[in-house]
Design a protein. Sequence first.
Length: 484
Amino acid sequence: MSHPANAASVAASTVQSWLAEPSDTDVSLIINPATEQAIAKYRNASTEEVNAAVVRAHAARTSWGQTPPSERAELLLKIADAVEQEAEEFAVMESKNTGRPITQSRDEMPWAWDVIRFCAGAARVSHGPAAGEYANDSTSWMRREPLGVVGLITPWNYPLLMAAWKLAPALAAGNTVVIKPAELTPLTTIKLVDLMNRFLPDGVVNLVLGDGRAGQAIVEHPQVRKIALTGDVSTGKAVAAAAAGTLKRTSLELGGKAPVLVFADSPVAQTARDLAEFGFSATGQDCTAACRIIVEEAAFDEFVDAYVAEVEKIRVGNPDDLGTTMGPLISERQLKRVEGFVDRARAEGASIRTGGERLARDGWFYAPTVVTGVGQDSEIVQREVFGPVVTIQRARNDDEMLEWANGVDYGLSASVWTTNLARAMRFTRELEFGTVWVNQQIFTAAEMPFGGFKNSGYGKELSGIGLDEYSQFKHVMVKAELAP
């Protein structure tokens, strides 16, 4: 097998051409988390190769930025069609790389091509003040312009979807990009970039593989004008600090600790079924997972019994098995992190209602776990576990539920489960989270913005607002006649 000399950063590639040769030294392994076996390895990009990728993007920025929106939209629609046509291959690759059950990976595929199609349409629609004479006998209008080169850094939990969420608006707005997927799960991003480069001009989309060193090189590069990152809080803070050196813009989606407020007037059995699904989808490795349930006291015992019964129905197993509803954690490191949270909570007196242990099988499997008897200040309530662990707290009244819900450093998403309209309106108003669902969780729409408050970061993805994140706006003011 051969690959180009600069295979760690070439723009157009196949998955095969990105994989490392036996003679390569600085390599990363791609591990199937269900088997703990390496399925591929790739060579990490050097700083010089990152620079070369940025240089290519910078050289392509003027031509792509001046391409009419209608032509950019046409190319994005072709890309969306191609992703849909190759959906099964994407789904299998995603499942094998992340450990997500194949049925879930297949269900996620439409979200990827839907956001590309939405951004194709949004590229042709620009909202702003109407041109007119506002001051000084002059005519004013506003221009939406691309930023230039943008750096995209995506996470390991939803590699294809997060790549689509970032690539589509960046390209629609006329930017060229350098994208670095998470080192653990690059496969579907490699395939997506390869697919895009069948349609796009050279240099518009550039792929870089590697660890934090490659990411840092992108963030610090002076020709990169924006960084869009999905990651953890510590990484986001480091990126923001590094980006400040060149005053580049940043969008940071940094995780969450979603409160789920269950009231006694909700249908308890149905709510428990729904929340068991939303809490353990993607093995709980989802920043919007229903991981922190707060239940009104009158319904607490009934809800806990119903919820635990539903969780114990979850079928943990091989992602290839069509009956599997939960797969492994992404890595041994993540498994140990989850174990640590549960063990410390147990030592502090929390009650493990089900689960609470690693499963005795190959792969990084941890049992679906439900924890009660935890206080609001408990570590397992305050910090993001990012695994198949859900806490349930008993609250006395609406005010306490609201106080506890807002009483964390995160502000990404929340949900309210009630049939009381007045209560739903109050809580959607007073919850300090970027997305608030009522009687559902996790779902979103390309037409609506997604992003967090507080330590969950800033900036929005999806919707027209998401397209604005990749644009800069210029006021043009023309006075037709010079004063005599």
